[in-house]
Ligand binder design. Structure first.
Ligand code: HEC
Length: 245
């Protein structure tokens, strides 16, 4: 019995190692899209070409990329345009590039159910209409957040060790129901006003009270991108309701 248990542990450990080395990422997909079968058709073609494996997870699970309403428009079904927001990592970027490549588009267009093509890779018209409502670019947002906010906040695994411990992580802030409001207004919420300038929005620092640290200087577009990125962050699993201070 003991030996079987040990062997089992070894297998698990090896599986873990393989996992860590493998080129892979997690893609969050709403059920309604999973159910169409499009991804089961398209993703293996991407993986075969690139060697990057994609684990599809539910829309609210932690993921490196999300198919939904924000990010880059990638395909449409009737009038509904699907977008992809990603963390800007190498593998998710490769996936976005592939979706926008001729090979990727052909795969999307070739998918049929009972002889009917359900999706179209032609999002060019939609893109023009989207300009007004299009959310920020999450990939860009990831970089901006790391640069501007990562000085204090843990924004992702990448800066887990060098942020300021007492500052709430983005995953923690993401647990608030009104997280999007808080992020949209962060520059007006303490402690940010003392050191933050949003172009065309904030007043210059008072002359007698200059920013005590190298200021955070961003534009509204930057903030949109950061919001799109924060939308891709899974809320921290707190186990118990958060006590507000
Ligand atoms: C110099 C350090 C510092 C930087 C840089 C910084 N923050 Fe913060 N932020 C804090 C601290 C500290 C808090 C916690 C304030 C509190 O709990 O009262 C906070 C809180 C927040 C909150 C929650 C506010 C609330 O009241 O609910 C948001 C949202 C936020 N930060 C977003 C950002 C974003 C976005 C950036 C980058 C563009 C950023 N922060 C850059 C220190 C910083």
């Amino acid at each position: 019995m003991r030996i079987i248990a040990m062997a089992f542990c070894l297998v698990l450990m090896c599986a873990d190692l393989v996992d860590a080395q493998e080129k892979s990422f997690r893609l969050a997909v709403p059920d309604e899209l999973s159910e169409t079968g499009l991804l089961a058709y398209v993703l293996p073609r991407f993986s075969l070409k690139t060697g990057i494996r994609i684990t599809v997870v539910s829309a609210d699970a932690e993921a490196n990329a999300i198919l939904g309403r924000s990010g880059t428009p990638v395909f449409k079904s009737g009038d509904e345009v699907w977008h992809c927001a990603s963390d800007g990592g190498v593998h998710t970027t490769a996936f976005l590039d592939w979706l926008e490549s001729d090979v990727g588009k052909r795969a999307i267009d070739a998918f049929q159910v009972d002889g009917v093509a359900l999706f179209s890779s032609d999002v060019s018209v939609a893109e023009v209409e989207e300009v007004v409502v299009l959310d920020g670019d999450a990939g860009e947002g990831a970089k901006l957040a790391m640069h501007h906010c990562g000085r204090c906040h843990v924004v992702s695994e990448a800066n887990r060790m060098n942020a300021i411990g007492s500052t709430p992580s983005f995953a923690l802030l993401r647990t608030f129901e009104d997280w999007d409001y808080r992020f949209q207004a962060f520059f007006a919420l303490k402690p940010h006003p003392a050191f933050t300038q949003v172009a065309e929005i904030t007043e210059p620092f008072p002359e007698d009270v200059p920013s005590p640290i190298v200021p955070v200087e961003i534009t509204l577009d930057d903030l949109d991108a950061i919001l799109a990125f924060v939308a891709t962050i899974a809320p921290a699993d707190l186990g118990a309701p958060l006590q507000s201070q």
